[in-house]
Design a protein around this ligand. Structure first.
Ligand code: SF4
Length: 101
């Protein structure tokens, strides 16, 4: 399938190769409860954050270089992503917080 997820519109098959964002497949860098988002998002138990690897911008001042420009992370399946969301719910996450760059 051709990736047109963002305005870069690379049209690469991310099952086989990385696009401008340097990410192949579905790659995540971190999953965890984030208690430091804005209070209306974190609530009392924290936000169930999932950080996606890669970025479509490549800003030279990025504070998340390892995750964004170097695309640090682990490739997972869509099924695993769903299970991670259910895990976040089971440990009390107030919501599911999908973070991309
Ligand atoms: S930069 Fe990445 S997310 Fe955006 S279209 Fe290209 S491959 Fe897809």
């Amino acid at each position: 399938m051709e990736c047109s997820f963002c305005p870069r519109n690379c049209k690469v098959n991310r099952a086989e190769q990385a696009g401008f964002c340097r990410v192949k497949g579905l790659t995540i860098a971190r999953v965890g409860i984030h208690e430091w988002e804005e209070p209306c998002i974190s609530g009392t138990h924290g936000s169930g954050t999932i950080f996606f690897s890669g970025c479509n911008l490549r800003c030279i001042f990025c504070q998340n270089d390892a995750i964004s420009r170097s695309a640090y992370g682990r490739e997972i399946s869509v099924d695993t992503l769903g299970k991670l969301m259910l895990y976040q719910q089971s440990v009390g996450a107030e919501n599911i917080n999908l973070v991309s760059r």
